[in-house]
Design a binder for this molecule. Structure first.
Ligand SMILES: Nc1nc2c(ncn2[C@@H]2O[C@H](COP(=O)(O)OP(=O)(O)O)[C@@H](O)[C@H]2O)c(=O)[nH]1
Ligand SMILES: [Mg+2]
Length: 438
């Protein structure tokens, strides 16, 4: 832990400047030896040179940060070189020869977390911020980094600790002259916490939709308008549209953004009985895509009666997260078809551009993303739900000792979110996805 790490903080490419970052106990020695700066003044931009064996390697600017007032909480150095990979590689080689280790992915941020500079959740947001692909995703990551999620959990944790301390005092000194705690008073407080946590939980949305994106597959029998919808959503002519069934035999995918969510849209081959081996393969791929999709748009020709092929596909998709799309409303809607799906379908006409925008909103609605919220990892959402479950158990108890066990359990879940209870495996998993130098 105390060894000094080094890594490039910018891509090693030809560029205006390239930054090397160091963190650990030896930063002052390194400043002296490689930059010829004695007793560096913290947060001061030094114009100097970087020397390897006293030979000048590059003309640089260097900043020293004295721990704990640094990103990692340790002593740090940031050296701004000219952006040439030869210089960077040579400098790293010299620093590693001197005894620095090359940082593993996310090691700077992991140290920041271990030194109490940020909560686990804030630390994970750093990577989200770097990898976000839409403006909305960037904004959310920054909010998380600033503690939008963890500060609420931290506040709640303080309340838990206060209640626990009260109960503990009561259990310990219960026989002395102190007025005993009224269990109903404690229950009132817990109910209050349950309410707060429930309201908070409602706002939590799954982060993966914002960062990994939403996968939408358009499926249906040939000629219902799948490729037309694909093009309409992308607002370009990407897939071939024709009235010849079997035109799309492979699958086509493209990306778009819906309300700031990155979306991967897949247009599949129409599913029907066929002897053509290529088309058959396309159909198998279509089935795989719809099983992987977050939302399946099952399209039928709403102007006609349903056919055997429609029923066949519907049988596969009805257990998935499926939105039924009745297309071609400009030709009139067949009442039998409408009745079959009752109110669970959206009626559109791509030809008349009717309801296509509304379809996008429906998709967000199906994933509980229509209203804005706080985007957290599956793990954190799960832990909040567990904490809530434990509190609900607590409030059912009649003995303060048992109640206390459940409150402690709930507290453990919150502390897991904050990373106060650390599991090495969880830490490794979180930081291993980071880029080098962060
Ligand atoms: N009347 C009408 N025709 C449509 C509509 N959408 C698509 N079509 C036509 O339906 C045919 C099949 O469309 P296509 O997108 O290739 O269907 P796919 O086989 O499901 O991909 C084409 O001739 C389209 O112009 C619509 O909303 N109304
Ligand atoms: Mg098609």
């Amino acid at each position: 832990m105390n060894n000094t790490i080094v890594a490039p903080a910018t891509p090693v490419l030809k560029s205006a400047i390239s930054i090397l970052r160091l963190s650990g106990l030896n930063c002052i020695d390194i400043a002296n030896r490689f930059l010829h700066i004695k007793n560096p003044k913290p947060r001061y931009a030094y114009r100097t040179s970087f020397y390897v064996n006293d030979k000048e390697l590059d003309d640089v600017v260097a900043i020293y940060y004295k721990g704990p007032r640094s990103y990692t909480g340790e002593d740090m150095l940031e050296i701004f070189f000219h952006g040439n990979p030869i210089i960077i590689e040579k400098a790293i080689e010299a620093l590693v020869d001197y005894g620095c280790s090359f940082a593993s992915p996310g090691e700077f941020t992991k140290r920041a977390f271990l030194n109490g500079k940020m909560t686990l959740d804030e630390a994970s947001s750093v990577e989200l911020l770097i990898n976000a692909n839409t403006e909305k995703a960037v904004e959310n990551a920054l909010n998380m980094l600033k503690g939008k999620f963890s500060s609420f959990i931290e506040e709640l944790r303080k309340e838990f600790i206060r209640i626990i301390a009260n109960i503990e005092a009561d259990i310990e000194f219960g026989y002395e002259d102190i007025e005993p705690l009224d269990i109903n008073e404690i229950k009132k407080e817990i109910n209050n916490l349950i309410y707060k946590l429930e309201e908070f939980y409602k706002k939590l949305k799954e982060q993966s939709y914002l960062y990994d994106g939403i996968k939408i597959a358009i499926v249906g029998k040939p000629n219902v308008g799948k490729s037309s919808l694909f093009n309409a959503l992308l607002q370009k002519r990407r897939a071939i549209v024709s009235d010849i069934p079997g035109t799309t035999r492979d699958y086509i995918e493209d990306r778009l953004e819906i309300n700031g969510f990155p979306v991967k849209l897949v247009d599949t081959a129409g599913i029907r009985k066929t002897d053509d081996p290529i088309e058959k393969e396309g159909i198998n791929i279509a089935i795989e895509h719809m099983k992987e999709a977050n939302v399946v748009l099952f399209m039928v020709d709403g102007s006609k009666e349903l056919e055997e092929e429609d029923y066949f596909i519907y049988d596969i998709v009805k257990s998935l997260n499926t939105l039924v799309v009745l297309n071609k409303s400009d030709l009139g809607i067949n009442s039998k078809t409408l009745d079959f799906f009752k109110n669970n379908a959206i009626i559109i006409s791509i030809r008349n551009q009717e309801n296509v925008e509304h379809l996008k909103n429906k998709v967000l609605y199906m994933l509980d993303l229509a209203e804005d919220g706080i985007y957290v990892s599956k793990r954190n959402k799960f832990l909040v739900a567990k904490a809530l479950g434990s509190l609900k158990e607590a409030v059912l108890q009649d003995k303060t000792e048992v109640m206390m066990l459940y409150i402690r359990e709930a507290l453990d879940y919150l502390e897991e979110i904050l990373g106060l209870i650390t599991d090495e495996n969880v830490l490794d998993e979180i930081f291993s996805t980071f880029c080098i130098g962060k």
